[in-house]
Design a protein around this ligand. Sequence first.
Ligand code: P6P
Length: 333
Amino acid sequence: MEIITINEFIHLQEKNFPYSKGDLSSLLYDMAIAAKIVHREVNRAGLADILGEMGSTNIQGEDQKKLDVIANDLFIRALRAGEKCCGVASEELDDFVAFGRKGMSHGHYVVCIDPLDGSSNIDVNVSIGTIFSIYRTLEADRPAVEADFLQPGRKLVAAGYVLYGSSTMLVYTTGNGVNGFTLDPSIGEFLLSHPNMRIPEKGAIYSTNEGNVSGMSKGMLAYLDHCKSKNNDSGKPYAARYIGSLVADFHRNLLKGGIYIYPGTTKDPNGKLRLLYECAPLGFICEQAGGKATDGINNILDIQPVELHQRCPLFIGNAAMVDKAMEFIKTHG
Ligand code: P6P
């Protein structure tokens, strides 16, 4: 395969962008730069004693580990400096940040981001990730307003994730398929390694936290029994794989086929995951790779957000497995 850097690829793809003034291209460059710096910080974590809580907590009430805060700051700084983005909504911030630029034009895009998803895995050296989505602002040339972020996934112009694993990968879509890039740290470049990613038609992996079964619906319990039985389409029990890091679980299922489910429970009817910066971007990527994402009833991309940190259940993976899970939900309630 020829060596293509992400910058070259983004530039080559520019003709497909509906607003190809190059703004979206440079925004994606900005994300790639920040991802390289976060890669360095994540890989230094064990050495530089930056592990452990910073003492503060985010809007989710979760302890903010230092790397969460560092990653959040790095992405926001890169986006602010890049001048193509006029605001950011982040899992780590209670409200969105609008980049005011006195006397200069405002960017035409806003970004929703989970800067370091799966952060509870930081201390045990398990893969973690960044998830981001990019919307065009509803009006041109003004500071970001909340409505710019509260757009359904169908309005996404781009979405991507970074997986800080055995190697660091950046996977993104602008609505023309999904492409994956692997970081070569020796030259500091993301190189095209997974062109035109497609999720396999069939899968035999299911990913969910079965520790929550006591709160799950009858439909979910019936589907889990189906996954463990021999009367599913593979004729043998599916493999259970659950890392506790959404990006890592999603990426494996995207490559090998499978379904990830974070359902609603009696305690948390809307589940745990956030629509704007976890479910919608991954749903866009999954659909662009031939898969499907729903909340158990509706397609994720059709959901109209009403607040920045709203949660929604997530069923995401190859379409046949998502449809089968939804069938059990529909039949058993
Ligand atoms: P649980 C990490 O906190 C996360 O948001 C996802 O990355 C992961 O899949 C999920 O939550 C794990 O949640 O409740 O199973 O520990």
